[in-house]
Ligand binder design. Structure first.
Ligand SMILES: O=C(O)CCC(=O)C(=O)O
Ligand SMILES: [Fe+2]
Length: 325
């Protein structure tokens, strides 16, 4: 069942990884049409290129976030429509009782229209279209109620597409995040020159091929590489509605939860260019589709989002047969 094309077919560097990327910003922003006013896209691109991430404050209106959270609470009563994941396993229909701690809701933008509006909000599609030179495809998301405490990693190790350097993610704060809640953390600048392979020699981890020691070794060597390069470990303490975008190579994770009652409500989404292909398109060929929404597109490994399917329930709730968190 595993079908991981490790061809990394896009061998040309993305424009934002070229040596003269910073010099390209002005022309690219000037050429872009209909960008939302009041947002400094030049600064965002500069941060993304230089640091591997950038922050867009107050990008998602409070009312939309409240609506996502209302959908989240309604969803608790409609367990069949929601897909949870915990400890590398899917959980469906979700046992909601302990959702708080380690569970995350997968692809909540399908059952929640408000979540879809947020992950393809205009500032998001504007920024990602500048990055991609075409509209983005949102293809996987995780909604967290508490900190993930996920080990440091680069997303390309687990989230597989045909164009690894073009993978991006957004992290939307669904509340003001407090220190101690298991904040998102990252090594600033780690998207450049930090490349650590698994002991297998591969750049991608596969749950059905590699055991957990392979993963642990990778995690340890990755953090060590960042420390050896004297990269600064930073944490993200956003306000509700702020968005952080990160580059495919940014080494990041969830810090330890030191105040166990603090929530850390957040929505993470992975994107590739609209013309790109998430790995699951090679496996679920019939049901994988790219649906337009606002100025972008979305797809899901877990739901059949084709309009003709009209099926609100997840269709794929199985085990971990490809690397895509
Ligand atoms: O939000 C976090 O703690 C990390 C999530 C993450 O790394 C991811 O979804 O790719
Ligand atoms: Fe990640």
């Amino acid at each position: 069942m595993t079908d991981i094309s490790e061809s990394n077919s896009h061998s040309d560097p993305a424009w934002f990884d070229e040596a003269n990327a910073l010099e390209q910003i002005d022309a690219r922003v000037a050429q872009a049409e209909h960008l939302q006013s009041g947002i400094d896209y030049r600064s965002l691109l500069t941060g993304f290129i230089t640091d591997g991430f950038c922050v867009l404050p107050g990008a998602i209106p409070e009312i939309l976030i409240d609506s996502i959270m209302a959908d989240f609470h309604t969803a608790a009563q409609k367990r069949e429509q929601i897909l949870l994941r915990m400890g590398g396993k899917y959980n469906h229909p979700g046992e909601w009782g302990i959702v708080g701690r380690r569970k995350r809701v997968i692809d909540f933008y399908v059952p929640s229209h408000s979540a879809l509006e947020a992950i393809l909000a205009k500032p998001v599609t504007d920024f990602l279209s500048l990055i991609y030179d075409e509209p983005p495809l949102a293809f996987q998301s995780l909604l967290f109620q508490y900190g993930s405490q996920q080990a440091m990693h680069q997303d390309t190790a687990y989230v597989v597409t045909d164009s690894p350097p073009l993978l991006t993610a957004s992290w939307i704060a669904l509340e003001d995040v407090q220190a101690g809640s298991g904040e998102l953390c990252y090594y600033k600048g780690s998207h450049r020159n930090i490349e650590v392979l698994f002991d297998t020699g591969r750049a991608i981890w596969s749950r059905d091929i590699d055991d957990s020691t392979v993963n642990e070794s990778y995690i340890n060597r990755l953090s060590r590489a960042c420390e050896d390069a004297n990269l600064e470990l930073q944490t993200f303490l956003p306000k509700k509605g702020d968005i952080l975008f990160w580059h495919a190579g940014l080494v990041h994770g969830g810090s330890e939860i030191t105040s166990k009652d603090y929530t850390r409500k957040s929505l993470v989404t992975h994107y590739c260019p609209h013309s790109g292909k998430p790995n699951y398109f090679n496996i679920q060929k019939e049901t994988s589709s790219k649906e337009p929404f606002a100025e972008g597109f979305y797809s899901s490994r877990h739901y059949d989002v084709r309009p003709e399917s009209n099926n609100p329930y997840p269709i794929y709730t199985g085990g971990e047969d490809i690397s895509i968190k």
